[in-house]
Design a protein around this ligand. Structure first.
Ligand code: PMP
Length: 351
């Protein structure tokens, strides 16, 4: 090995879901929204003045921060925006998880958390979900370097009631608690109101799922002004211009259109509930998902076999070959027509 190689930061990277470039496929593998972004987003992109691309974007992201703050009734100083919630979460890990005591998160959860922790050399400890894939709140009592979990959890889709989240925060007043609400708009109750009560809470959300903007990369954190200032200090020490000109302009349009957001989110929820009924009829079981995906296992046929069979039909779902969940498929909610096609195929295959 050459000597420079001993100085390389060696990491096992996160593996994102496939983005196949097929013309005709049903893509249910990365929890994207099947509906287009709000009409205002499409209009703003068409009218975007490309001359503005000569200039650096405005580094504080004021227009977007203000629009998000206004939407939630917060002060702008309580909002931080980044390049998807992945970027926001990575900044949060960098800013707040510097203790020698391990950070805690569930064993089955968003598989980026351990990747960031390893890369940033943050010690961590995982807390096993119970046999029904529920987070056990008592597991989060005790000394730690910070707590992070999604609500609803991923890839299970299972929601924790707000009272239990508050209980976890109350038991962790000396560290930062991060609630990753990537999927909260599909039926959950947000922990956002608790940021006024707890100065150690950060709530992270994204435009990627409920606002149909995964390709634009916009995520945000909300919390106490002091926490937001600390994240901004780290951001400016890393990359001042995280958000590009189009993301800032189109993000404002996306958050403004409450009616379109409500309509599309209700459509996804209705399709999810229909899909749950159909999957049950076919012999699948799953936790009661409150997200835009269902994490299901079949009584007879292995998840791996179903994953391969679906792929041959150009129906993409997500499969994790990981302990405890290797017999589950994570199926994102598409349009009603896409889900009908999925169910039709499964019905035939499982006969
Ligand atoms: N948190 C969770 C739980 C997720 O599933 C995802 C999507 N992969 C993210 C955060 C990141 O989403 P984005 O960066 O697109 O906002």
């Amino acid at each position: 090995m050459s000597s420079w190689e001993s100085y390389v930061r060696k990491v096992v990277p996160y593996v994102p879901g496939e983005q196949p470039q097929e013309q005709h496929m049903i893509k249910l593998n990365t929890n994207e929204n099947p509906y287009p972004p709000a009409p205002g987003v499409i209009r703003a992109l068409k009218e975007f003045d490309t001359d503005r691309l000569r200039l650096y974007p405005e580094p504080t992201c004021k227009v977007l921060v203000d629009a998000i703050a206004e939407y939630y009734g917060l002060k702008s100083s309580q909002v931080f925006v980044g390049v998807g919630s992945d970027d926001v979460l990575a900044m949060i890990f960098m800013t707040f998880f510097n203790s020698k005591t391990p950070v805690w998160f569930p064993d089955i959860t968003y598989s980026f958390y351990d990747v960031w922790a390893d890369m940033l050399r943050i010690p961590y400890e995982v807390k096993p979900l119970d046999e029904n894939f529920q987070i056990v709140k008592e597991d989060y009592y005790g000394e730690n370097g910070g707590v992070v979990f999604p609500n609803p959890n991923a890839p299970t889709g299972i929601l924790m009631p707000l009272s239990e989240i508050e209980d976890i925060i109350q038991h962790n007043r000396n560290v930062i608690v991060v609630v990753d609400e990537a999927y909260i708009d599909f039926g959950g109750e947000s922990a956002l109101p608790l940021i006024e009560k707890y100065d150690n809470l950060l709530v992270v959300q994204t435009f990627s799922k409920s606002r149909s903007m995964a390709g634009m990369r916009i995520g945000y954190a909300m919390g106490n002004e002091k926490l937001i200032k600390y994240i901004n200090d780290v951001k400016y020490s890393f990359n001042s211009y995280t958000m590009n000109q189009t993301a800032l302009a189109l993000g404002v349009e996306a958050i403004k259109d409450k009616a379109y957001f409500e309509e599309t989110r209700q459509r996804v929820i209705a399709t999810r509930e229909w899909t749950k009924q159909e999957l049950t009829k076919l012999g699948f079981s799953f936790g009661d998902s409150m997200s835009n995906f269902i994490f299901a296992t079949h009584e007879r046929v292995s998840a791996k076999e179903l994953f391969e069979a679906l792929k041959k039909e150009h129906i993409f779902v997500r499969y994790f070959s990981k302990e405890r969940i290797s017999n589950y498929l994570r199926i994102s909610i598409g349009t009603k027509e896409e889900m009908e096609e999925l169910i039709r195929f499964l019905k035939n295959y499982l006969q």
